[in-house]
Design a protein around this ligand. Structure first.
Ligand code: SAH
Length: 247
């Protein structure tokens, strides 16, 4: 009898651990993540006239509160991983500011059935945020070591619905399209026609357009049907340039 109750206690203890795991055990960064969420909200409020959004979708904020951003930055920058600013990730590239990641994700209006394509995997952070919301995420990166490390990182963190590839994303990924949403996380001086083509009717494309070192604008392209698109300018931004063969 005493053996039995001992066993029962053990099972109970294991259940407790699992329950707290599902709710998100503090990985040492929970407070920093919460602070980041508050800063994102503050910036959303400051920019509400430009973006026409006083708030982002709660599910987008929930995704931002879930993804462990500290896993996507170099080890020596972990302490500042959740600061509301971009950080270097090596090879002259950066992981975008949390507010920008959240805003771009919100503009894409991704639902749980969506297939999304990202150009510019970088650390894989934006892909992970999208993977929290979409059915499937495809992401492409032109710098091979970044593509490889992001692929390994996303797999290790359990993002089984992300497929990452080393290639020039300007031309899209036609075999995997059409896409419900496409996001470009590097600045380009025009809207790439292959990406508009690979967008499903009703789909959305969000990208920074402008020259390197000049003002770039975040654009939201909405493909109404095969013939018509609308383009909305959202706000000035600063991104690293899209490189590759199209230049
Ligand atoms: N989304 C990333 C940050 C992107 S930084 C994150 O969440 O961390 C922009 C990335 O775009 C860089 O890694 C850069 O190498 C990549 N890039 C630039 N031109 C590209 C191209 N033509 N195709 C694919 N990736 C490209």
């Amino acid at each position: 009898m005493s053996r039995l109750s001992h066993g029962t206690f053990l099972v109970f203890a294991v259940c407790l651990l699992q329950t707290s795991g599902a709710l998100g055990v503090d990985d040492g960064f929970a407070a920093a993540r919460q602070e980041m969420i508050e800063e994102i909200q503050a910036t959303v409020t400051e920019t509400r006239r430009e973006t026409d959004r006083a708030q982002l979708a709660p599910k987008v904020m929930a995704a931002m509160a879930t993804v462990p951003r500290h896993e996507f930055v170099p080890a020596k920058l972990r302490d500042v991983a959740y600061a509301n600013r971009p950080l270097p990730v090596g090879h002259g590239q950066t992981i975008s500011q949390p507010y920008i990641v959240a805003l771009m994700t919100d503009l894409l209006e991704v639902d749980s059935d969506a297939v999304v394509f990202e150009i510019g995997t970088g650390s894989g952070y934006q892909a992970a945020v999208l993977a929290e919301l979409a059915r499937q995420v495809y992401t492409m990166e032109i710098v091979e070591p970044l593509a490889l490390s992001a692929k390994e990182r996303l797999a290790r963190l359990g993002y089984g619905n992300v497929e990452a590839r080393f290639a020039d994303g300007y031309y899209g990924w036609p075999e995997k399209g059409p896409f419900d949403a496409i996001i470009v996380t590097a600045a380009v001086n025009h809207i790439p026609p292959p990406l508009v083509e690979q967008l499903a009717p009703g789909g959305r494309l969000v990208l920074p357009v402008g020259e390197h070192f000049a003002v770039q604008h975040l654009l939201l392209v909405h493909k109404l049907d095969e013939e018509r698109i609308t383009i909305r300018q959202i706000l000035p931004v600063r991104f690293v340039p899209l490189t590759g063969g199209h230049n």
